[in-house]
Design a binder for this molecule. Structure first.
Ligand code: IMP
Ligand code: MG
Length: 180
């Protein structure tokens, strides 16, 4: 069994994450009953969350992915958001759920929300596994939130520190003095 990197404190275990993802899937099933939804993942961090969430949803769903660059190598944001990979299919007239790993300052999701809104989707919602409301620089809320967390840097379950630790099955706390 894959164990968590020694020395990192677990914030949410794989079981806690799995239980919460089941609940989010049920909520989405209920909210979109009888309709098709496009899960639009934000690479790379949301890949694992999207993969698990998609398997808890029983309504008809398709996937697409965008990639953005916002963070540097370490724990600090540069503030700028750049689209590196655009959507493959048109989203006009579709029900879209943007799937993100973590809503932090809100810069990434407000950038993406504005961008997707211009494509005239039928509806546009946001699902984020983690939310750090105390870090917000722009006003944006998610419609589906896995867990709200304090201002701590986390890794695992898709989330990285300098591209490492995405493959940890648990969500762990990253010590602020961890070397880059
Ligand atoms: P925002 O634009 O500040 O909301 O940042 C969102 C992005 O920053 C997320 O998609 C993550 O990739 C990254 N990020 C923010 N907080 C963390 C964290 O605690 N660990 C890992 N990545 C983070
Ligand atoms: Mg990241």
């Amino acid at each position: 069994m894959h164990t968590t990197t020694p020395g990192l404190q677990v914030l949410f275990s794989r079981q806690q994450i799995a239980d919460r993802v089941i609940e989010l899937g049920r909520q989405i099933d209920k909210d979109y009953a009888g309709q098709d939804v496009l899960l639009l993942g934000v690479l790379k961090g949301a890949a694992i969350f999207l993969a698990d969430l998609a398997r808890q949803v029983t309504i008809t769903c398709t996937f697409d992915f965008v990639a953005v660059a916002s963070y540097g190598k370490g724990q600090k944001t540069s503030g700028a958001v750049k689209l590196i990979k655009d959507i493959d299919q048109p989203i006009e007239g579709k029900h879209i759920i943007v799937v993100e790993d973590i809503l932090d300052t809100g810069l990434t999701l407000s950038f993406l929300h504005k961008l997707f809104q211009q494509h005239k989707p039928r509806s546009l919602k946001i699902a984020t596994l983690l939310d750090k409301p105390s870090r917000r620089l722009v006003k944006i809320d998610a419609d589906y939130v896995g867990f709200s967390i304090p201002n701590k840097f986390v890794v695992g379950y898709g989330m990285d520190y300098a591209e490492r630790f995405r493959n940890l099955p648990d969500i762990c706390l990253m010590p602020s003095d961890y070397p880059e």
